[in-house]
Design a protein around this ligand. Structure first.
Ligand code: SF4
Ligand code: SF4
Ligand code: SF4
Ligand code: FES
Length: 353
């Protein structure tokens, strides 16, 4: 089917929302509570649009497309409502973009910039909330929380860890861990899914903060997680070719084996990449000491040792252990080496970690 957005005809499929169809066509509609993984939440009204034939402003994240629909995303009414949304959110929190880790990646900042909001229109005096740095890997800054609910939905429904929820009422409403404990003392398993979906700087990873590198300064490279056989797709964020942090790759997330999520190992366990004691060349023993060697020298030594054992004690004197941490192709190649070259079936695979 087709709809018209700001005078432009775009294609859409039944079941899509106006927001999804517009985004697929490269048209910007802000959305603070909607995230593809957590779905529509209807909390923020950042995504309002005008639709011809419908009364009032409609939430693009909740409105399903219909053939022939005519949508306006940039009228005065739309812009005024969005401005009010941004004004109230900025006024309710303590937003100092200059020192915020999310500067440059924050969706509220992006929305304010596009609308042209330079400072909040309202001043609401609130007591600053303490920073929660109790978690090993995540920093929570309640003063920057816009209560979009993405983290709650992600923790409850997407990764089903059921740690985060909304607590308290009215102006005291806040996202809490368990029965309002510091995150580091809660049942959080450090999957980082809440950080992945948070649109602002309210939930951030500790690693960039400790490295004094904002995420916006890093370069993301898509890699496969080296920790197990699932093959999760990771965006490895580096600066000056040094590892800073990891996020799940979200492009075409439904087609990724990890569906845009990571476990604690993929999210926080990759700092070995730049570990100073990491082995970068093979070591061979000479006169009782391990010394650096070339790959040719090391592989020749292993081949000679295997041949010697096979010739002297027979093929079954040799055994191979392979791993879930290498690729299927590498496991297949080792199987061929064991069975076809050495002539033994002594090969096992640890699918566990
Ligand atoms: S959360 Fe966003 S808007 Fe708030 S201070 Fe950080 S960058 Fe600025
Ligand atoms: S890191 Fe994972 S388990 Fe912990 S609060 Fe966030 S989503 Fe929930
Ligand atoms: S912590 Fe982030 S994701 Fe969670 S409600 Fe606040 S702004 Fe939204
Ligand atoms: S993104 Fe549509 S209401 Fe929040």
């Amino acid at each position: 089917m087709q709809l018209t957005v700001d005078g432009r005809k775009i294609d859409a499929v039944a079941g899509q929302t106006v927001l999804e169809a517009a985004r697929a066509a490269g048209i910007y509609i802000p959305a603070l509570c909607y995230h593809p993984k957590t779905g529509k939440a209807g909390r923020c009204r950042a995504c309002v649009v005008e639709i011809e034939g419908m009364r009032g402003l409609k939430e693009a994240c909740a409105q399903e497309v219909r053939d022939g629909m005519v949508v306006h995303t940039d009228t005065d009414r739309v812009q005024q409502t969005r401005r009010l949304v941004v004004d109230l959110l900025l006024a309710e929190g303590h937003h100092n973009c200059i020192s915020c880790q999310a500067n440059g990646t924050c969706e509220l900042q992006e929305m304010a910039y596009r609308i042209g909001v330079e400072r909040p229109a309202f001043l609401i005096e609130t007591e600053p909330a303490p920073l929660d740095v109790s978690s090993e890997g995540i920093v929570r800054e309640a003063d920057k929380c816009i209560q979009c609910g993405r983290c709650v939905l992600a923790c409850q429904n997407h990764v089903v860890n059921e740690v985060l929820a909304f607590g308290y009422r009215g102006s005291h409403a806040a996202v809490v861990c368990d029965d309002d404990r510091p995150m580091g003392e809660s049942s959080c398993v450090l999957c980082g899914e809440c950080v992945q979906v948070c649109p602002v700087g309210a939930l951030v990873l500790k690693q960039p903060r400790e490295a004094k590198v904002r995420p916006s300064e890093t370069v993301a490279t898509k890699v496969t997680c080296p920790f197990c056989g699932v093959g999760c797709q990771i965006d490895l964020h580096t600066k000056d070719n040094r590892y800073v942090f990891a996020m799940a790759h979200e492009g075409q997330w439904l087609k990724q084996p990890n569906r845009g999520s990571l476990c604690v190992k993929g999210r926080f366990g990759l700092d070995f990449i730049d570990a100073p004691d990491r082995l970068r060349t093979p070591l061979v023993r000479k006169d009782g000491e391990l010394v650096e060697a070339s790959w040719d020298e090391a592989l020749d030594l292993v081949a000679a040792g295997l041949k010697q054992a096979k010739d002297k004690y027979g093929p079954d004197s040799v055994g191979f252990f392979t791993s879930a941490k290498v690729t299927n192709e590498e496991n297949y190649a080792l199987g061929r080496l064991a069975r076809a070259v050495i002539g033994t079936n002594n090969i096992d695979h640890c699918a566990r970690l």
